[in-house]
Design a protein around this ligand. Structure first.
Ligand code: TMP
Ligand code: ASP
Length: 242
């Protein structure tokens, strides 16, 4: 880690200042948590793997014209990012029913959704990151009408880019969570990370519902072989010729 002041420690990353006030350094940790940190553990090598996967995906998304906070990686588990004010929303996009969508609606696991579903969760650990309606979002002044539309359309574009990318990796993008931030020019940038911690990724052609899982559900549901799954995602991501 660098000699600069640590400004924030999250569950999976530490953010530090740099010599440039517009640039932060994100250090990716091996720590893993689930269920609002009620379950804690370590996934060996995760920091390095997630940093490399996120860097690759941010570059790919940038190449499709969507601005991200990514700058570069000075070390395998460190990423320089543009400083932003994080919008306290977890924007989830779903292509296939899984997780809380199944739990809260009864839609069976694995149901292919007729169109991508975009959901907004309030990023607040004390409240348990609740699902928000559009009206609650406006009521809480978490985003303006224009910002909601912008976040939704960016999320749908990012979904298309990632879906196509992961297909080339032999992986189905079931769902994912992203976060956005606002930079000093008031521009909205894709921020945080995109990795097996924040996506559901299923191996194409693997019918076994447990064996196909290549993401943090292996940790959440104690499925084992977590490191192998994360490593496999990285190898496949690096192997793609776009
Ligand atoms: P969910 O089905 O539990 O709502 O999760 C939807 C997606 O969001 C899934 O890909 C996992 C990801 N996610 C996070 O990245 N962080 C979280 O805190 C939660 C609850 C989900
Ligand atoms: N990241 C969240 C937490 O720890 C939950 C999850 O990913 O399941 O608490």
């Amino acid at each position: 880690m660098n000699r600069h002041q640590q400004i924030y420690e999250g569950k999976a990353k530490v953010l530090s200042a740099t010599d440039d006030p517009d640039v932060l350094l994100a250090y990716f940790k091996d720590d893993a948590t689930a269920f609002n940190a009620q379950k804690r553990g370590t996934i060996a090598g995760k920091g390095e793997i997630n940093c490399q996967i996120a860097a690759h995906l941010f570059k790919s998304i940038e190449s499709h014209g969507i601005a991200t906070h990514y700058i570069d990686c000075p070390a395998v588990n460190e990423m320089r990012v543009k400083s932003v004010q994080i919008i306290p929303l977890e924007v989830v996009v779903r292509n296939i029913a899984a997780g809380s969508l199944c739990q809260q609606t009864g839609i069976p696991l694995g149901t292919i959704l007729p169109a991508p579903l975009v959901e907004f969760f309030y990023k607040d650990d004390a409240l348990g990151d609740p699902l928000l309606t559009r009206d609650r979002l406006l009521l809480m002044e978490l985003a303006t009408v224009d910002q909601i539309d912008t976040l939704r359309s960016k999320a749908i574009e990012i979904n298309l880019i990632l879906q196509n990318f992961f297909k080339l990796c032999g992986i189905t993008l079931v769902d994912f969570k992203i976060e956005f931030g606002v930079d000093k020019h008031q521009q909205i940038l894709l921020a945080d990370e995109i990795s097996p911690d924040s996506c559901r990724l299923w191996l194409i052609g693997e019918p076994d519902p447990n064996l196909r899982v290549l993401d943090k559900d292996r940790f959440r549901r104690d499925l084992g072989n977590i490191e192998d799954a994360y490593q496999q995602v990285l190898s496949r991501v690096l192997g793609v010729k776009e």
